[in-house]
Write a protein that binds this ligand. Structure first.
Ligand code: DON
Length: 329
């Protein structure tokens, strides 16, 4: 299928020049992180990759470094599955299954499920919440449920995401912690389908391939409250887009969400393959800063920190947020 976004010539040559410089500066910091080793297929990719795409609502875009290397969505998919579930069932039904509270725990944590009866997952960004959301996606089998995510992505980015079978199998064979979470959710009644079926949907959505351009565009649509500025169409309900952004801000980086909000101040979602999807809303400023109408940002850098976020990617995003005053606060 034809790509929706045309690679337009950046309007601001100075901005693209400076982004190239920042990518070069921050790339060496990948050494401070490590590729996700618990998914063998992610461990072997070149950890010094770093790339970025920024897209504004008028189609302005800046691309730099390894912006076009495909990588798997991993936890960034949790935002898309949550949106798909809300669009199908309505927000109240989904919030009956998952809460909206940060945990202060890692993404794979199980502890709060047992500590707080009746075991409702705290939010849809942690694995327990995301597996629950995957289980309620529309369709009576795993293929149809996955398809609901793929078709929503196709609507947003103009192409159907490829499933990276190698990454899927690599995690499928090693997903003991996620299986434990799913069995617990089954026991407490939050998982209404079979454990293996829910895991198949969840791990396949994590294995859908994107580039920084794709997630920058999804970030832009969220920044515009669900309006697709290139298709000129409201493709997500405003309330759902806002809810997704609030979750990205409060829970998107798990037990680093507070630090991320304080130091960067942009709703964002990270994934262990090294992706960061950020939604920058329009800002009111007098200065002559780039992207005042807001933008979507997609970053890829596979070497991650203890919270599962790209080390060089977070540094690059902070540099941009500081320099261009992107914080929402
Ligand atoms: O469930 C998992 O372990 C992965 N497939 C996704 C985790 C992830 O991306 C966490 N985010 N930083």
């Amino acid at each position: 299928m034809e790509r929706m976004v045309q690679t337009s010539i950046p309007k601001d040559n100075q901005s693209i020049h400076i982004i190239d410089e920042w990518v070069t500066n921050y790339r060496p910091f990948s050494k401070e992180g490590k590729n996700a080793s618990y998914i063998p297929a992610l461990e072997k990719v070149n950890s010094s990759q770093l790339g970025i795409t920024l897209i504004g609502p008028d189609g302005t875009n800046f691309k730099s470094g390894d912006w076009d290397i495909p990588f798997t969505l991993q936890s960034i998919s949790k935002v898309i599955s949550f949106i798909a579930a809300c669009m199908h069932h309505g927000i109240p039904y989904v919030l009956d299954k998952v809460d909206l509270e940060p945990t202060g725990d890692p993404f794979y944590s199980i502890i709060r499920l047992e500590m707080h009866k009746p075991g409702k997952p705290f939010n849809p960004m942690i694995n327990a919440g995301a597996i629950t959301v995957s289980s309620i996606l529309p369709g009576d089998n795993s293929t149809k449920k996955l398809e609901s995510i793929r078709s929503l992505m196709e609507k947003m980015v103009g192409k159907r995401p490829r499933l990276n079978e190698e990454v899927f199998l690599s995690e499928w064979q090693t997903a003991n912690r996620n299986r434990a979470l799913a069995y617990y959710l089954k026991e407490t009644g939050y998982l209404e389908i079979e454990v293996e079926e829910a895991l198949e949907v969840y791990l396949k959505q994590c294995s859908l391939e994107v580039t920084t351009e794709d997630i920058a565009l999804i970030g832009l649509i969220l920044a515009q409250d669900g309006y697709h500025p290139i298709r000129n169409e409201q493709i997500l309900p405003k309330e759902v887009a806002r809810l997704a952004k609030s979750l990205m801000l409060t829970c998107g980086v798990y037990n680093a969400s507070g630090k991320f909000a304080a130091s960067i101040g942009i709703p964002a979602k990270t994934g262990v393959s090294g992706g960061i999807m950020a939604a920058v809303p329009p800002r009111v400023r007098n200065e002559n800063l780039p992207l005042l109408q807001g933008c979507g940002i997609g970053i890829y850098g596979p070497a991650i920190d203890e919270y599962g976020s790209s080390v060089a990617g977070v540094m690059l995003l902070k540099q941009i947020a500081d320099s261009w005053d992107l914080s929402i606060f």
